[in-house]
Design a binder for this molecule. Structure first.
Ligand code: PLP
Length: 424
């Protein structure tokens, strides 16, 4: 059976392998639910970004919200990547993983003063600013520290990324960025503030984008602004074109990173902006297809209306289906050759929305292991402890070596930060 996504996740005979490790061995060793990532698959996904940008100054800033495990960050840091962060916590993760703060861009609509201070002290590369009041606060914080904060404004180009509304960010009605019509005045304001250095422009229009046209439309709008801003004497060094490239979950056919970047660079050059440094913030496309979630079948509940296959992973472990009605492939880790039936794959959480897949044709029995494919992005990083469930363990595979990169969370750890009331 051919699987969508990465060649690093494939059957050998009847057994599913992630690189050189069988799912059967991994679950025997680490238990379930279990996230497994292929290091090679991540580096393979990064390669076309690097190749397409090789001829000019660039920085690939991995959007670590997609998967922020330290070993994942270490992998990208060692490959020379920077990071796109959205919180002080993410900054600490970059530093703990050995990432270079000078390659960090700090995005997000609600940075606190404390987060700004810490990022200035660490020496981040750039703050991507999303509102006028945020400009004022950052200037104030930087001035108090005797520093100047490098800034780029995230502009909202008002283009439709043609993706799920929850992950579309470049439309007028979204909370993100500074409206296109207000951007020039916002840049003039930024340039007038004592604590800021204007260094670039930024835009990110959404996630799981499967066409090039929204990117190219947004790029035209951004370049219009660059020209208008520079006409007012404000120099912009870099163009940060965000992330958002989609992956194949089932039958999507997104462009490859090199095709997309090739088309963007052609437009940048044609409009005379070829000298600028290019920053990109890919998340999902670097890690999504590099990961799987392995889960054990607990019970089968056939009924005249619906057949339920209850597994030990739930919406708290993998939120995408419940949150976006995302469809992710689910396959057996050992193909049994039994008779397939139609099942809803559901977890133990007490919500009807707790499902991982609907109407799936599978031959399953209790004790079998299933793999949810393409679970490397927005899987573990969105996991929660709902229903007092410890989050899954994570394993990184490299060839035939498997390393535990996050231990399964214990109930004792979940309770440790909580305090009972004193009895009077
Ligand atoms: N940059 C910013 C500002 C984002 O908000 C996101 C995701 O929401 C990304 C980059 C990464 O997007 P993706 O994982 O779709 O590449």
């Amino acid at each position: 059976m051919t699987l969508p996504g990465s060649p690093h996740i494939a059957y050998r005979g009847n057994d599913l392998f992630i690189d050189g490790c069988s799912a059967r061995d991994l679950t025997a060793r680490f238990g379930t639910p279990l996230y497994v990532y292929s290091r090679q698959a991540m580096l393979t996904a990064l390669a076309p970004y690097r190749q397409a940008l090789a001829s000019r100054p660039h920085l690939v800033c991995y959007a670590m919200k997609a998967n922020s495990n330290l070993a994942v960050l270490q992998t990208f840091a060692q490959a020379g990547c920077g990071f796109d962060i959205v919180s002080g916590g993410e900054l600490e993760r970059v530093l703990a993983a050995g990432g270079d703060p000078a390659k960090v861009v700090f995005s997000g609509v609600g940075k606190t003063r404390a987060e700004m201070r810490r990022a200035l002290e660490a020496g981040v590369r750039c703050f991507n600013i999303e509102s006028l009041p945020e400009l004022d606060v950052l200037s104030d914080v930087a001035t108090q520290l005797g520093k100047r904060a490098p800034v780029s404004l995230r502009v909202n180009p008002d283009v439709d990324a043609k993706t799920h509304p929850y992950i579309s960010t470049g439309l007028k009605g979204n909370k993100f960025g500074i409206a296109h019509e207000e951007a020039v005045a916002a840049y003039q304001h930024a340039a007038s503030l004592p604590g800021l250095d204007v260094v670039g422009i930024d835009c990110h229009i959404g996630s799981q984008i499967t066409e090039t046209s929204p990117y190219l439309d947004a790029l035209d709008r951004v370049l219009d602004l660059v020209e208008a801003i520079e006409a007012r004497g404000i120099k912009l060094h870099h163009l940060d074109l965000g992330g958002g490239l989609g992956i194949t979950y089932t039958d999507e056919t997104p462009p490859s990173a090199d095709t997309l970047i090739g088309q963007m660079l052609a437009k940048i050059d044609a409009r005379g902006h070829g000298q600028r440094e290019i920053l990109l913030e890919p998340g999902r496309s670097l890690v999504g297809n590099a990961g799987v979630l392995l889960t054990e079948v607990l019970y089968l509940k056939p009924s005249p209306q619906k057949n339920f296959c209850v597994v030990d992973a739930a919406m708290n472990d993998l939120m995408r289906p419940a949150l976006y009605e995302a469809v992710m492939r689910i396959v057996p880790c050992q193909s049994s050759g039994g008779t397939a039936q139609t099942w809803d794959i559901v977890g133990p959480v007490c919500e009807s929305g707790d499902w991982l897949g609907r109407d799936r044709e599978l031959a399953v029995a209790p004790g079998d292991t299933l793999a949810v494919l393409s679970a490397g992005a927005y899987g573990m990083s969105m996991a929660s402890n709902y229903n007092t469930r410890g989050r899954p363990a994570e394993v990184m595979v490299d060839g035939d070596r498997a390393t535990l990169i996050r231990a399964r969370e214990t109930t004792a750890e979940l309770l440790a930060a909580e305090l009972k009331l004193l009895q009077t």
